[in-house]
Design a protein around this ligand. Structure first.
Ligand code: TEU
Ligand code: CA
Length: 558
């Protein structure tokens, strides 16, 4: 595999609205990010992805863009953005913006013009079709609920929106639209961005037959995933996109794709792939149900392990996945993957150790580094997210009681990761001096960055140690490029693998259970590099692991 500048980096996602508010309006802002660049540097971060800060009505929190060339005043100004780029550069931090080009906002100038004249030039920027006998053109369901088609008032026409109705899909089949998008991307890259995280990109290629599929829920509609699988895929668009934009700047790109075909993976992340990397969502999608969140299932430690191993194997020698345990669309990883009642500091450090030692590019989501957890929202009114509100309705309609529905939302709500960052034990967790736009998780008095910064054995300090190991001159080669091999595969509740580099071999052991265990041992232990417990008991032919103990060992393989 050809080496790239970003392979040995550590990336971090910022959800600006919830990161740090500097003017007391309850909404995080660009100045808040500037203020915390030293915090990120100290943590060891090299690449920062900032969720959207463009002008937006915030129906989907910035993923509905009304002007791609300006910053929403709630987040700051273009001067703030330029300053952020300059200040980041001083610290060798590369900034990625979020590229949301499957759709725009219904308030975007293009869509406003399209509504006025659906048959005119701008009508062709979107997918506008006639209805069928007073019904939408076909039975596709939007990801946020209901038909993916919305009627255009005063006509018999509908426009397509795979997400909210305020997010009309852009017509990638139209070369003019593609040119507009490339121009905008290059304008941003000229400003000095390192690249982009690319939103919902699999969706840009539609099945242009716009026909019905068998319904998969009582609403008579069918998930868009089915149509996407029939669409032929976005390959041609992505090749052109790369050539017209990213290639010209050697930009770094991380694609968001939930549903690619495995045989297409080399096209996405291989030597000449459309993207530098894509996010690995395989453990996030596992346990999912067609019926909705209320029917989701928690995955077991062994399932989690098998999923990770599989992805390590299929990407070997091909490319790098972007590894995550959470992001702004998911519940907190520690609440999701650790068994109920076992979300301790040790267990959090164990998950961190596994994630950071896998082959691939780690993306830490804000607050993950201090072990932030899901939030017990008192009622559905305390939830803002459009997706969660829809899933609540889906649950109630399927016969769940209000309490059951709220439980499901509490487990999987996207707002779990969107509660304000817990900076300190002060009021509102030090996030704002005003009223936060979304409730602060009440556990901020126990879980906050301020306290963890001064504690050697905090989750934060553990992440720092893992990042330092990854970046150290001595171990960099093996942590970044070392091959992956699963070991102790017959054991239950154990994640164990080797990373073999040119000169060094690391053994990662993570005891994914509260009970201690004994493993047979036959290697020569050279050094304990990471340990989330005070001790490690290694004897000639046995090694003892405490419950949730996680270690990274340098060993000599015979
Ligand atoms: O997410 C795309 C996407 O498929 C998600 O909506 C996902 O299905 C859902 O979050 C699972 O709960 C991206 C963004 O990350 C998300 O925040 C946006 O809402 C969405 O695109 C639309 O832009
Ligand atoms: Ca603010």
């Amino acid at each position: 595999m050809e080496k790239k500048w970003w392979h040995d980096k550590v990336a971090y996602q910022i959800y600006p609205k919830s990161f740090l508010d500097t003017n007391g309006d309850g909404i995080g802002d660009l100045r808040g990010i500037i203020n915390k660049l030293d915090y990120l540097k100290e943590l060891g971060i090299d690449i920062v992805w900032i969720s959207p800060v463009y002008c937006s009505p915030l129906v989907d929190q910035g993923y509905d863009i009304s002007d791609y060339y300006n910053i929403d005043p709630r987040f700051g100004t273009m001067e703030d953005m330029d300053e952020l780029l300059r200040e980041a550069k001083k610290r060798d931090i590369h900034i990625l913006m979020d590229l949301v080009v499957n759709h725009c906002s219904d308030q975007h100038e293009w869509f406003q013009k399209a509504l006025k004249d659906p048959d005119g030039e701008y009508g062709k920027y979107f997918y506008i079709r006639e209805g069928k006998d007073g019904n939408p053109p076909c039975n596709w369901r939007s990801y946020f609920g209901g038909s993916a088609w919305e009627p255009i008032p005063g006509t018999d026409k509908y426009y397509l929106h795979l997400f909210a109705k305020e997010q009309p899909d852009l017509n990638w089949e139209n070369p003019k639209v593609r040119r507009e998008i490339y121009k905008m991307i290059n304008w941003w890259l000229d400003k000095g961005l390192a690249g982009f995280r690319i939103d919902a990109i699999i969706n840009i290629k539609k099945d242009l037959r716009f026909r019905d599929f068998p319904a998969d829920r009582p609403d008579g509609l069918c998930s868009c995933f089915v149509m996407l699988a029939e669409s032929g895929g976005p390959g041609e668009f992505l090749r052109e996109l790369k050539k017209e934009t990213f290639d010209r700047y050697d930009a770094f790109t991380a694609g968001e794709l939930f549903n690619y075909k495995e045989e297409d993976l080399p096209d996405y992340i291989g030597a000449d792939g459309y993207f530098s990397t894509i996010f690995d969502f395989s453990s996030e999608t596992a346990g999912g149900s067609e019926k909705g969140w209320y029917d989701r299932r928690k995955i077991s430690p062994d399932e989690y392990r098998d999923i990770l191993y599989r992805v390590q194997h299929i990407t070997e020698g091909m490319g790098f996945m972007a590894n995550i345990i959470e992001n702004h669309d998911e519940p907190r990883g520690v609440s999701r993957y650790l068994p109920e009642g076992e979300c301790t500091e040790d267990a959090k450090k164990m998950l961190a150790t596994v994630m950071m030692m896998l082959r691939g590019l780690p993306f830490i989501y804000q607050g993950q580094e201090i072990g932030m957890t899901n939030c017990a929202f008192p009622s559905i009114e305390d939830i803002d997210d459009i997706n969660s509100r829809d899933e609540y309705q889906v649950a109630v309609q399927a016969g769940c009681s209000k309490e059951e529905a709220l439980k499901a939302i509490e487990r999987y709500s996207r707002d779990n990761c969107r509660t304000p960052f817990q900076w300190s034990a002060e009021e509102n967790a030090g996030f704002t001096s005003g009223k936060p736009w979304l409730m602060v998780n009440p556990n901020y008095t126990q879980i906050n960055a301020g306290q963890q910064m001064s504690e050697e054995d905090s989750v934060l300090s553990h992440y720092k140690r893992l990042i330092r190991l990854r970046k150290s001159e001595e171990y960099k080669e093996v942590v970044v490029y070392g091959s992956f091999r699963a070991v102790y595969t017959a054991e239950k509740n154990l994640i164990a693998f080797l990373r073999k580099g040119e000169e060094k071999t690391l053994l990662i052991l993570a005891n994914f259970q509260k009970e201690g265990r004994i493993l047979p041992w036959g290697s020569e232990l050279k050094k304990v590099l990471i340990n989330n417990k005070k001790q490690l008991d290694v004897q000639e032919d046995k090694i003892f692991l405490e419950g949730y103990q996680a270690v990274v060992l340098e060993i000599c393989l015979e």
